[in-house]
Design a protein around this ligand. Structure first.
Ligand code: ATP
Ligand code: MG
Length: 423
């Protein structure tokens, strides 16, 4: 496998185990970037709030999603990058130190110092998922993003250490392995989503990613050039649907449909005379209700979710550093009025984040609900690239995968563009 201008490529598969659906995204990674070859997307009832609650259902959905994706892509899938989420995820700051004795910092030193940051005791039932560098410090100079080539005697790294409860992660791995697949890595879902939707500029000047899925709302904050916070709010689109079902006394499936079709997160965006037909439960006849009533049910829940996000952002003390505002993603972000409501509650500019920077059958991964699946492919591509660099293809460390220039927000050299420049 090589990206050095040859025609060789690598297949990378992202597997998003969401609370409402399992999505497998097959990407082909080469010197030109990522080409989406196939997508399998099937409903899943095996997870609750981002955590596997029924292995049988989950295994079945994974099989179906993988079958569909490999049929479409025309490749055999053997290994996947899997997403994990759930309110068992925690993050905190940790430091690592290593001696460099006056010579230049190398890639190996970065690995050693990151290893040091990971070497802290965690509870017996927890495991470290990621050590995400926030800044490097060479001797007394702090705020360094890429210390390779700098010289000094002491290299320090400050990381955001993401930990997870071991058993939910094992259940994800077990479910996937029961389908005869290998797990290349488990990846925090909001980290994957962020990879798919953010531009380098946004990461640079500070941004909050809010992924509102079916079961959870995942928050990730980039500030000062690194990830400084990640957490999971245990509420999402399913709670909105349940509220609608209870509030309008209609079956869950109808509540879900009404929410998607007519739901609005801000009541004042709806005209007073708009009406919707609400099917009854248990043989009761359908009745007409004001659409305003539907949004009166939805608004408090959405408000509650964004208020909790705001509280967590404030708690980190990073509100001022999030200069580019918030990027909203996940299926529930599609509802009318979500962006406006988020702007009001969070008090910052908000945009909708859909996957960008990939080619191929992009119409199949358009929409915020595919951010995690595509992000997992990007994450996998980056891992392969890192491995290649480690193996000595280049001794120069580079920034994490860039988002290809698309539309007005995204600028930069493009995915793997630097690699072409480097050779
Ligand atoms: N057009 C729409 N309007 C409102 N809500 C929508 C719309 N489309 C999807 N949703 C909601 O988005 C949610 C699913 O989003 P998504 O696919 O991102 O979740 P997931 O990844 O399965 O779950 P999670 O990330 O919480 O584990 C559901 O609650 C669904 O009702
Ligand atoms: Mg999700």
């Amino acid at each position: 496998m090589t990206y050095q201008g040859s025609s060789e490529s690598e297949i990378v598969v992202g597997l998003d185990l969401g609370t409402t659906k399992v999505t497998a995204v097959v990407g082909e990674v080469d010197a030109e970037g990522i080409t989406i070859l196939g997508v399998g997307n099937v409903p899943c009832r095996g997870l609750r709030k981002g955590v596997v609650s029924n292995i049988e259902y989950t295994v079945r959905s994974i099989r179906e999603a993988i079958d569909a994706a490999q049929t479409m892509a025309g490749v055999e899938i053997t290994t996947v990058y899997a997403g994990v989420a759930g309110s068992h995820i925690r993050s905190h700051t940790s430091d690592g130190v290593c001696a460099i004795s006056g010579r230049e910092v190398t890639r190996m030193d970065l690995e050693r110092v990151l290893e040091g940051a990971r070497a802290i005791p965690v509870d017996a039932d927890r495991m470290i998922l990621h050590a995400l560098p926030r800044e490097y410090i060479v001797d007394n100079q702090d705020g360094i993003r890429d210390p390779i080539g700098m010289s000094g005697v002491r290299l320090q790294v400050r990381v955001n250490l993401v930990t997870a409860a071991t058993s939910p992660v094992q259940n994800v791995i077990r479910s996937i392995e029961r389908c005869g697949l290998q797990v290349a890595d488990v990846v925090l879902e909001p980290l994957a989503s962020a990879e798919a939707i953010l531009s380098e500029d946004e990461k640079e000047i500070g941004v909050a990613v809010v992924d509102i899925g079916g079961g959870t709302t995942d928050l990730m904050i980039y500030a000062d050039g690194g990830i400084c916070h990640t957490s999971v709010v245990p509420a999402g689109g399913n709670n909105i649907s349940s509220d609608v079902a209870a509030g309008l006394r209609t079956p869950m499936a109808e509540a879900e449909r009404l929410k998607r079709q007519y739901g609005c997160a801000l009541g004042r965006m709806i005209a007073d005379d708009e009406e919707v037909e609400v099917p009854g439960v248990g043989g009761h006849a359908p009745r007409r209700a004001a659409r305003r009533l539907l949004s009166d049910i939805i608004e408090p829940r959405v408000d509650e979710i964004f208020s909790e996000v705001r509280r967590r952002v404030e708690e980190t003390g990073m509100l001022e550093q999030i200069s580019s505002g918030c990027v909203l993603t996940g299926g529930a972000a599609l509802m009318e009025g979500m962006i406006e409501c988020a702007e009001e509650v969070l008090g910052m500019p908000v945009r909708l984040g859909s996957p960008v920077g990939v080619r191929g059958i992009v119409q199949l991964v358009q929409g915020p609900q595919y951010a995690t699946g595509v992000g997992l492919v990007r994450y996998g591509a980056q891992q392969i690239l890192d491995q290649q660099l480690r193996q000595g293809a280049a001794a120069v460390a580079r920034p994490i995968v860039e988002v290809e220039p698309t539309r007005e927000v995204h600028r930069g050299r493009g995915f793997f563009g630097w690699l072409r420049d480097a050779f």
